[in-house]
Ligand binder design. Structure first.
Ligand code: TRP
Ligand code: SF4
Length: 329
């Protein structure tokens, strides 16, 4: 494993993952074959916006790991750990904070955007901790000296921030201990929400990986179709229909046929949705089985995470020794 190049990424444990995440997890699983991979729950990052609601955090970070394992991550091929179990992240964050100009943090575009979005919901997140979100993220990343960080494109400003910080650190302490990590963007096609908008927690337009067969059915039933289509014989417009888009992901073989039938007014939306429900449920069946396994064997899950934490901690200790040396601490 040690000859492979290293990658790292994390997700904030803010609730159950959905079908949109499933594709990211599959991508992580692929990367785990070729790279030495570290995947972690960013539980401290979750607190930056949910400081008033921490009681779910412990469950959430466990659930997200179950989601990862049941949706495709192989624990034997990667290291899975919790950010807050590796206290070195806090030390590195603190040391980095000494060299980070406030203006760098204030100008990260996600900062103002998120502050405004939360303000709209009546919540003030202008804390010291939230301002430092990219700094904590830089500490997460650099702690493992990875060559790359697989992230969604919205995280680009954070990676850029991290790279700038590397240059500043190297310049100040006349060292070169960190690689400048590259963002890694996958070519994953984005699954739209069930209402055809962007899939998002706040819109409640997603299907959870842990959804029961009944829940899948009712979600698919409520999906947005061609609203102009009243009767089965009305010619439909699949291109504006979320059900049709989902067939492209979960029923690829039949999709062209369904397209023609819809346009010709030869299939009803009910039947089309029924087919989709079956396909999504067939897809989720093995995911549910794996989830059930980890729920019934908590000690197995504990061991996976404990092993991941140990591997992460040992790398973190090496990095901190280098950082303290570079800073003459
Ligand atoms: N900010 C990332 C997100 O919301 C989560 C995250 C925290 C992360 N620390 C990280 C991702 C380090 C990659 C590397 O998606
Ligand atoms: Fe959408 Fe299917 Fe209805 Fe056509 S038949 S509008 S693709 S749900």
């Amino acid at each position: 494993m040690s000859e492979k190049q290293r990658l790292l990424s994390g997700m904030r444990p803010t609730g159950r993952l959905h079908l949109g995440h499933q594709r990211v997890i599959e991508y992580w699983a692929q990367l785990s074959e070729k790279y030495e991979a570290y995947w972690f729950t960013a539980d401290w990052h979750a607190i930056t916006t949910q400081f008033d609601n921490t009681e779910q955090l412990r469950d959430n970070r466990r659930e997200i790991v179950i989601d990862w394992l049941s949706a495709g991550l192989d624990a034997d091929k990667c290291h899975i750990f919790h950010q807050s179990e590796i206290k070195e992240h806090a030390e590195l964050h603190l040391l980095f904070s000494m060299i980070t100009p406030l203006s760098w943090l204030e100008r990260v575009p996600t900062y103002k955007g998120q502050v405004a979005a939360f303000a709209e919901q009546g919540k003030d997140i202008t804390t010291y901790g939230f301002l430092g979100y990219p700094l904590l993220m830089a500490a997460d990343i650099l702690m493992y000296r990875p060559v790359g960080v697989p992230v969604a494109t919205d995280q680009m400003p954070h990676i850029e921030f991290c790279r700038e910080l590397v240059r500043r650190f190297h310049h100040l302490y006349d060292t070169r201990i960190f690689p400048e990590p590259a963002p890694i963007f996958s070519k994953i096609e984005i699954l739209p929400g069930t209402d055809n908008r962007k899939m998002s927690k706040s819109y409640d337009n997603f299907i959870s990986l842990s959804a029961t067969a009944e829940e899948v059915k009712s979600k698919v039933w409520s999906m947005v179709t061609d609203a102009e289509r009243i009767r089965k014989t009305d010619p439909g417009h699949p291109d504006i229909c979320a059900v049709y888009a989902y067939h492209g992901f979960y029923n690829k073989d039949e999709q062209p046929e369904l397209c023609a039938a819809c346009k010709a007014g030869a299939i009803g939306c009910g039947e089309c949705k029924k087919k989709l429900t079956e396909r999504i449920n067939a897809f989720l069946e093995p995911v549910r089985d794996k989830r059930a396994y980890y729920e019934q064997h908590p000690a197995v899950l504990d061991e996976i995470i404990a092993d991941g934490n140990d591997a992460a901690r040992s790398e973190a200790q090496k990095t901190m020794a280098m950082v303290r040396e570079a800073m003459r601490l």
